[in-house]
Design a protein around this ligand. Structure first.
Ligand SMILES: *Cc1c(COP(=O)(O)O)cnc(C)c1O
Length: 428
């Protein structure tokens, strides 16, 4: 007997032995999410148009897709890609390079490039993302900002998890060179900061302290809303190309965009003084970075729909979720509170079983470079560690929250959610 006449559900029930209750819940969740999906599609259309126009106004041509080798002198494809990014993010200048190894590296370039000994960095959105704590050096890490003589101040969020604007403005002094904002919640159970909230905070800071650089960690936020942080007053943004702006195609890389002077400083850190952005071969990075950026709004739209569906589905299965399925979003992250180490492992096992690659491996918790707790990760992705592809991860610590993100198509994400729920059910 079949759950429905739909052969997708029938196949899952008959061939994958998924319990009918799970299929009924996801089918209902999917129905309830349709109005939210419509809103996401509208944002995708606008962002797709924005990117199309950036390609056209910079006259991207086939020649630009071919890479360079060695020093990479005169790599017009590389330089044009950076101009396209600058146009998309409304920046004076951008850096988009395969030589930026990760999002953490991109953010570190923004920080080290623009902060000298004696300068103060203020984190305005509470405790920063795990890997950035080591860049800052809160435990005395070698080579960190603190070891280089940069001062660091962290402004905790208010009890209702907002940016503490009053405290922030009171703490800014003539030594304060930069205020850093983190758009996405990272591994935290707080709401992410929407563009409107960042706009208010940045304009407060800029009105009173116009010399302060406002930097936004834009990881996971690109193309989720209609505007990006530079359009609402930020001076500098940074992010990863194996997240949103790489569209699932970029093979590696990171980006920075913002005021020309700040980008120039970061460039000296990326390469060397006197060299800056004139060198750096793009190898075979260009084609995937261009096409990935072009695909990014659509891919982000699919990932967002998947996150919304996950929120509704796991809420129905009895787990606390953040954000809720009909909350406004500014990133692609869906947090699900599972309540135990075993359930985190089971959830990841399900996501892994839904991967196009490595579906036969079993994720295990492990210590990873840059992180302080054991982390579990699932992701049978085409690009290693890519989290714009369907993936789930989280540090193993109470209350045992799994962070789900990415997915190149909603159809695939849906199957991943079903598999995760199936593994959780087996665990009970
Ligand atoms: C992913 C992420 C980073 C950078 O992480 P990498 O794994 O180094 O790319 C930084 N901040 C936030 C909020 C992130 O989500």
């Amino acid at each position: 007997m079949k759950t429905t006449t739909n052969s997708y559900y029938a196949t899952l029930e008959e061939e994958y032995l998924i319990d009918r209750s799970i299929l009924q819940e996801i089918e209902e969740a999917n129905r309830e999410c349709q109005p939210i999906f419509a809103g996401i599609s509208a944002t995708t259309e606008l962002n797709q148009l924005k990117i199309l126009r950036a390609f056209q106004s910079n006259q991207v041509t086939d020649f630009h897709l071919h890479g360079s080798t060695g020093y990479g002198y005169g790599d017009v494809g590389r330089d044009t890609l950076e101009q396209v990014y600058a146009t998309v993010f409304k920046a004076e200048k951008a850096i988009v390079r395969a030589q930026i190894v990760s999002g953490t590296h991109a953010i570190a370039l923004a920080l080290f490039g623009n902060l000298a000994a004696g300068d103060e960095l203020i984190a305005a959105t509470g405790r920063p993302y795990d890997t950035l704590l080591k860049v800052i050096g809160i435990h005395g890490e070698e080579g960190s900002l603190l070891k280089n003589g940069v001062q660091y101040t962290e402004i905790p969020l208010t009890p209702d998890e907002k940016i503490d604007l009053k405290e922030l403005c009171e703490r800014i002094s003539p030594q304060t060179k930069m205020v850093a904002f983190q758009r996405s919640k990272g591994y935290d159970w707080r709401p992410s900061f929407r563009i409107a909230e960042l706009a208010e905070a940045i304009s407060r800071v800029k009105t009173r302290f116009p010399w302060v650089i406002c930097m936004v960690d834009n990881c996971y936020g690109e193309f989720v809303e209609e505007k990006e942080p530079l359009e609402i007053g930020a001076d500098l943004i940074a992010g990863s190309l194996i997240k949103n702006p790489g569209g699932g195609l970029a093979l590696t890389g990171g980006y920075l965009a913002g005021k020309e002077a700040l980008i120039e400083q970061a460039a000296l850190r990326l390469t060397a003084p006197g060299i800056g952005l004139e060198v750096g071969s793009s190898l075979c990075f260009g084609r995937t970075a261009y096409q990935g950026l072009f695909m990014a709004p659509a891919v982000v739209g699919e990932a967002l729909k998947g996150a919304v569906l996950a929120a509704r589905f796991f809420e129905k299965l009895g787990y606390p979720v953040a954000p809720g399925y009909n909350d406004k979003r500014t990133d692609i992250i869906q947090a699900i509170q599972l309540g135990s180490r075993e359930k985190m492992i089971a959830f990841c096992r399900g996501i892994q079983k839904a991967g196009p690659l490595d579906a036969f491996v079993t994720p295990e918790p492990a210590l990873l470079p840059g992180y302080t707790d054991e982390v579990i990760m699932a992701g049978g992705t085409f690009i290693q560690g890519s989290s714009i592809e369907l993936s789930a991860d989280g540090p193993i610590r109470p209350p045992y929250i799994i962070y789900l993100q990415g997915g190149l198509s909603l159809a695939h994400i849906k199957t991943g959610l079903v598999f995760a729920a199936h593994e959780l059910q087996k665990k009970l």
